[in-house]
Design a binder for this molecule. Sequence first.
Ligand SMILES: Nc1ncnc2c1ncn2[C@@H]1O[C@H](COP(=O)(O)OP(=O)(O)OP(=O)(O)O)[C@@H](O)[C@H]1O
Ligand SMILES: [Mg+2]
Length: 229
Amino acid sequence: MNKLLPERLVKSIYQELLPRLQIESVNPRNPIQVSYLPQPWRLLGKGNYAAVVYHPDYAECVVKIYAPGRPGFEEEVEVYRRLGFHPAFSECLYAKDSFLILKRLYGTTLYDCMHLGLPIPQQVIRDIDKALDYARSRGLHPHDVHGRNVMMHQSRGLVVDISDFLHPEACSKWNDLKKAYYWLYRPVLRSLRLRVPYSTLNMLRKSYRLASSFKTSCYQLLLRLTCFK
Ligand SMILES: Nc1ncnc2c1ncn2[C@@H]1O[C@H](COP(=O)(O)OP(=O)(O)OP(=O)(O)O)[C@@H](O)[C@H]1O
Ligand SMILES: [Mg+2]
């Protein structure tokens, strides 16, 4: 897993980045907070568990650092080990001490595409479907595939976060996103080229979560009722 990397990059991570970086995950359901990022490092993205940064001298690599107390680092390393190479995914170049150095994927998350009003062609959805099939063929379970974990680059689809692909439980996020794409986005929203404010996207994200947990609770209740019959 630890491939040939510029020694200076690894040195800079240990000597400049990690000792001074301040990140915190206040609530595992919302993106982490970055209160200090030392120069010259730049923030590229935030997930609910980790921050993703890069050094301008090594812009082809990103460093994904898990927030203190958030699990998932070892699992993500294992997912990359099993995944092998596929053009729609990143690659893990180095992993140690709760951070991974990953190949940088260029593109815009579908979440940000909605914010920027960028049209999302069907090819993007097809590419992601194929990439997820590839992951399945490697014994993985696509999980937590939502709008901030997939990207569009030059009208092609990419999968940027595979950290939960060891979880065997069913996850309907990608199928739900596709339904919204084919039933609402393509027939109605695409031609309007709406720029959806982050506040609205955030509200939709939270409503979706509420609806999903309600659906799960109803399903569990139904299961219990049928078991006790
Ligand atoms: N290899 C990469 N190349 C470019 N950008 C990346 C890469 N990996 C992650 N990012 C950016 O950083 C963001 C956060 O990374 P990631 O989704 O892996 O974090 P996470 O905490 O595991 O997310 P989640 O909340 O979905 O669990 C992504 O949405 C994406 O914008
Ligand atoms: Mg993510």
